[in-house]
Design a protein around this ligand. Structure first.
Ligand code: SF4
Ligand code: SF4
Length: 138
């Protein structure tokens, strides 16, 4: 993981997931890492995020990371599609670096509506534990 001072590498659809996080996740190590990243961004919204459409600093502690980084896997393709959807709606390219607070503001302005949330979260197994999904509107 990049150091907190240098910001984080974050896959685009995780801009949703970080805001919906309620302490659940794929493993204790995943949860602990996710909590660390989310807390750092809450403390310092001026931290820089590099937006990507591949494995990031949250995936780094996920037990599914090998499957999600395999080029040919169906799951990897589906999740990359979620990232591309978010990037396209934000009007930002892969590799864009912006402050976390600014990115969250953009997400709220352009993607916080029921159709965009359904497009990204529709097949996610965490919907019933995710504040972002449960509070969808539009
Ligand atoms: S429902 Fe799933 S994909 Fe959507 S924000 Fe929550 S954890 Fe992320
Ligand atoms: S399921 Fe895949 S995309 Fe989601 S955090 Fe784990 S490795 Fe990353």
């Amino acid at each position: 993981m990049q150091s907190e001072q240098n910001g984080f590498k974050i896959r685009a659809h995780h801009l949703f997931c970080m805001q919906g996080f309620q302490g659940y996740g794929y493993s204790p190590a995943f949860v602990s890492n996710m909590r660390e990243v989310v807390s750092a961004l809450n403390r310092e919204p001026c931290l820089k995020l590099e937006l990507v459409s591949g494995c990031d600093d949250i995936c780094a502690c996920c037990p599914n990371r090998l499957e999600c980084s395999r080029q040919a896997s169906e799951k990897a393709g589906r999740i990359k599609g979620m990232d591309h959807f978010v990037l396209e709606k934000l009007g930002l390219g892969d590799g864009t670096v912006l402050e976390a607070g600014e990115l969250f503001r953009l997400v709220h302005k352009k993607l916080r509506n029921a159709s965009c949330i359904e497009a990204v979260c529709g097949n996610c197994g965490w919907r019933d534990k995710c504040l972002w999904y449960l509070q969808k509107n539009g």
